[in-house]
Design a protein around this ligand. Structure first.
Ligand SMILES: C[S@@+](CC[C@H](N)C(=O)[O-])C[C@H]1O[C@@H](n2cnc3c(N)ncnc32)[C@H](O)[C@@H]1O
Length: 256
């Protein structure tokens, strides 16, 4: 059986330098929804506990939110810091772990792009108790994750297969990835990456990772027993949640 362990701090060490090239434009739909939701709950101070290179941080800061970023990976944070400097934005960025870091009491905490999937179920509950501590009473925790009930059926896991080609300066990178999933919600992804320049020899590397994914019902139960009240579950663009149609969903919960 495929097993899953919580990601090590070094997990994104290699991926960091290509991360924005592959992922930043994919954040638009979720960022728009995030902004709209946080405004509707009158959240002003936002702690992003898995900020990565800042896909959500800069979007929210540009729209008037007071944001703080935290991530466990030094290389992802380095890129976020560089972007902040380049854009002359004064954003607090902390190296820390969503299971343990205390940064203050915020109106909202977010962890976006399957970030909680990097934790085991046990460690996700630990993170939830820490998120609770970082929120004001009535504060909001907003996060997304793949929908287990959707991906487990009808071989839909094949829709996650990717084949990307990107250019960064003179370097080209091709990334091919396929995934499997089991009944316990462990999604395993296998990636081959090839980088090359016009005259150089191609460099090939392979890696794999696992994510713990959940059903909407499992998350409602876990949040409820850790001091939260679930107030909304929907698609990442705010669409109505459907176990049969929603691939990745958002959960919004309030601190009780
Ligand atoms: C898929 S990336 C998402 C980054 C960003 N939110 C985005 O949408 O681009 C997941 C991030 O979670 C971070 N992460 C994984 N485990 C963590 C932990 N225990 N505490 C804090 N960050 C963690 C990783 O380092 C990585 O930057």
């Amino acid at each position: 059986m495929t097993s899953h362990t919580s990601a090590k701090p070094s997990h994104y060490d290699q991926e960091a330098k290509y991360y924005d090239e592959f992922n930043e434009s994919n954040s638009r739909a979720i960022n728009r929804f995030l902004e709209k939701s946080l405004k509707s709950y009158q959240s002003k101070t936002v702690l992003d506990l898995a900020c990565g290179t800042g896909s959500q941080l800069f979007w929210l800061a540009n729209r008037g939110f007071d944001v703080t970023g935290c991530d466990i990976n030094a290389n992802m944070l380095k890129i976020a810091r560089y972007k902040a400097r380049k854009r002359k934005m004064d954003i607090q960025l902390i190296k820390g772990d969503m299971r343990t870091t205390y940064a203050g009491e915020f109106d909202a905490v977010i962890t976006i792009f399957n970030a909680i999937g990097h934790l085991t179920k046990h460690d996700f509950e630990k993170a939830l108790r820490n998120i609770h501590r970082n929120l004001k009473r009535g504060g909001i925790y907003l996060f997304d994750i793949f929908n287990l009930n959707y991906l487990i059926k009808n071989d839909r896991i094949t829709t996650l297969t990717i084949d990307w080609l990107k250019h960064t300066g003179k370097t080209r990178m091709r990334e091919i990835q396929y995934s499997t999933i089991n009944q316990h919600g462990i999604l395993a992804s296998y990636t081959t990456s090839i980088t090359w320049t016009n005259h150089g020899k191609p460099a090939k590397s392979t890696h794999s990772q696992t994510l713990q994914i959940y059903t909407a019902k499992q998350l409602r139960e876990i949040l409820t027993r850790n001091g939260f009240k679930v107030i909304r579950q929907c698609g990442i663009d705010g669409s109505r949640f459907s176990d049969n149609k929603t691939e990745r969903f958002i959960t919004i919960a309030a601190k009780r």
